[in-house]
Ligand binder design. Structure first.
Ligand code: C5P
Length: 229
């Protein structure tokens, strides 16, 4: 039997790098909140997908207001976020049944294409975990921050950029396996779901990501995203 599809939108970050009083997932992009655009991308690609939205506790009422002001006629389960992204995803996984495919997508990646979402759900018939990646184009340097925040060489050789890729979202998993992986204790290296899954021993498959599928992090990213749309 075909597995049901779920998507968890992580949108419980504080967004301090955006330097805006409004959380970045609520900023308007082409006249619509960023999180609306992320949700519409999935629902347009896959109308039967079930939506779980993870938000900071103090922003849940604001989000409900925004869903009326900018009509979002999509049933959603709203979940309170945790102290890190890892804890936010773990809270949301409690709402996903076993036997489903679960996608986890950063709420601040509104430019993901319908094509990528559909292709990934299709490939999940043969994979246990699927992660979109893009090649790194810059030359890489091995550096660290000194006492006053200044950059200093680590003395290690620079990484070979032909063997380094940037991981994006959505990342897709079998729900019972991802929930089992999230029973691991938190580790600071868990900045995405694939890192948790890999530590648990789930084999990862890879797919070419999309350069435009940027994670809106700084004010410059918003300007770039406006251009893309
Ligand atoms: O902080 P980072 O850029 O890794 O955030 C990636 C995504 O995870 C964002 O969409 C952010 O809202 C979300 N997040 C979360 N809960 C946290 C921290 C980040 O849902 N505690």
């Amino acid at each position: 039997m075909e597995r049901k599809k779920y998507v968890i939108f992580t949108a419980a970050g504080s967004g301090t790098r955006m330097k805006s009083s409004e959380p970045k997932q609520f900023l308007l992009l082409g006249g619509l909140p960023v999180l609306h655009r992320s949700i519409f991308a999935f629902v347009d690609a896959c109308p039967d997908v079930k939506v779980i939205t993870v938000l900071p506790k103090n922003q849940i009422e604001r989000w409900k207001d925004l869903c009326i002001e900018y009509p979002l006629d999509v049933p959603q389960v709203i979940v309170e976020g945790g102290i890190t992204r890892f804890h936010s995803v773990r809270n949301a996984l409690a709402k996903v049944p076993d036997g489903a495919i679960v996608a986890v997508h950063d709420g601040v990646r509104p430019l993901v294409s319908k094509d990528l979402i559909r292709t990934m759900f299709g490939k999940m018939r043969e994979c246990r975990a699927l992660v979109p990646v893009v090649p790194v184009t810059d030359t890489l340097k091995s550096l660290e921050r000194g006492k006053d925040g200044e950059l200093v060489s680590t003395g290690n050789p620079d990484p070979d950029r032909s063997r380094v890729f940037g991981a994006q979202t959505p990342q897709m998993f079998l729900s019972e396996e991802l929930r089992a992986a999230y029973s691991l204790p938190y580790d600071i290296s868990y900045t995405d779901d694939a890192s948790v899954a890999a530590r648990y021993g789930i084999p990862l498959s890879w797919i070419e990501g999309e350069r435009n599928n940027i994670k809106l992090t700084t004010p410059g990213d918003m300007a770039l995203a406006e251009l893309f749309i």
